[in-house]
Write a protein that binds this ligand. Structure first.
Ligand code: PEP
Ligand code: MN
Length: 328
């Protein structure tokens, strides 16, 4: 249940209300101008709460994700980062799987800018399946990414895999939570306390409700700037790296006010599949794409098979821009 309160409400009144509700086994949590009531809320009389002098609005919610749900928040949440407005305009994020060197990330940044991309990606702390392969440049990778982004006039996104890394992420515009960490609740709680936009990727075998509940962890801690990213899920098919869940796009857009983007690269696993999946995602209503590209795809130190070249990216970007005006 949500009780929206007036912004200038005396905190003493809220403390008294919380104590009163606690006796009825209802927990109260304040998130901005909203009191989130949980527990035995079925026993509460909404009309009595509405009559409180500081109450702006009372809503019962059926959703397990009251903060992420559209039930409570009909309008799209718009998250502005540099020239990108997630939730309003289509956003193209592109860059290498991993930052490998200064020359590589600078060349990638120039290519992304030239292709009309709005955000530069590049992994520094890489969650690799094998511990014997390139693990990313860590702090040095972040430094190179931020500098390349600044030079090209692009904000940057990179993955954080542990709360202890946060001090190293100064200058990073968007913090990415990878598929493997979608249910790392300590990480989510910690990032929910920051004021940085979070790009949350769907877990490899997460249902949409589990995905939204992970977003709820971030929102509940007070961070309202959460971008959802569908990136394919595990199925029995082995021709693709994952199966892009195209239906997740309209389903998520219906369920939540948060921006929904798609990463076709990790679903595809092969470069030739990336453009068709990207176009399918855009046609299905994705609010943006995150695409892996590399100035020299064949020499990429991670995910080389799925990396687009600069030319492939420029072509895909043109195709997307041609498609968007035709969509409802
Ligand atoms: C990535 O985007 O760098 C990545 C590792 O993707 P995912 O977490 O979706 O596997
Ligand atoms: Mn990758």
């Amino acid at each position: 249940m949500l009780l929206r309160i007036q912004a200038d409400t005396d905190p003493a009144l809220l403390t008294a209300l919380a104590a009163h509700l606690a006796e009825k086994h209802v927990r109260t949590e304040r998130i901005g101008d909203v009191l989130l009531l949980s527990g035995d809320t079925w026993a509460l009389d909404a009309a009595l709460l509405q009559a409180l002098p500081f109450a702006a609005d009372v809503q019962r919610t059926e959703s397990p994700c009251p903060l992420a749900s559209r039930e409570q928040h009909g309008e799209n949440t718009v998250i502005s980062v540099g020239n990108a407005a997630f939730g309003r305009d289509f956003v193209l994020i592109a860059g290498p799987c991993a930052v490998e060197s200064e020359e590589q990330i600078r060349a990638a940044a120039r290519a992304v800018k030239q292709a009309g991309g709005q955000v530069l990606r590049g992994g520094a702390f890489k969650p690799r399946t094998s511990p014997y392969v390139f693990q990313g440049l860590g702090a040095e990778g972040i430094r190179l990414l931020v500098r390349a982004g600044h030079e090209a006039g692009l904000p940057v996104v990179t993955e954080i895999t542990d709360p202890s890394q946060l001090p190293l992420f100064d200058g990073v515009d968007i913090l990415q939570v990878g598929a493997r960490n979608m249910q790392n609740y300590e990480l989510l709680r910690c990032l929910g306390k920051t004021d940085r936009p979070i790009l949350l990727k769907r877990g490899l075998s997460a249902t949409l409700t589990e995905f939204l509940l992970s977003a709820e962890y971030l929102l509940k801690e007070g961070n309202s700037r959460v971008i959802l990213c569908e990136r394919g899920i595990r199925t029995f098919e082995t021709e693709t790296r994952a199966t892009l869940d195209v239906a997740a796009i309209p389903l998520l857009k219906k369920a939540t006010h948060l921006p929904v983007i798609v990463d076709p690269s990790h679903a595809a696993g092969q470069a030739f599949l990336v453009p068709p999946l990207a176009l399918a995602a855009a046609a299905a209503g994705a609010g943006g794409l995150m695409v892996e590209m590399h100035p020299q795809p064949r020499s990429a130190r991670s995910d080389a098979r799925q990396a687009l070249s600069a030319e492939d990216l420029a072509l895909l970007s043109r195709q997307i821009r041609a498609l968007l005006p035709a969509l409802p």
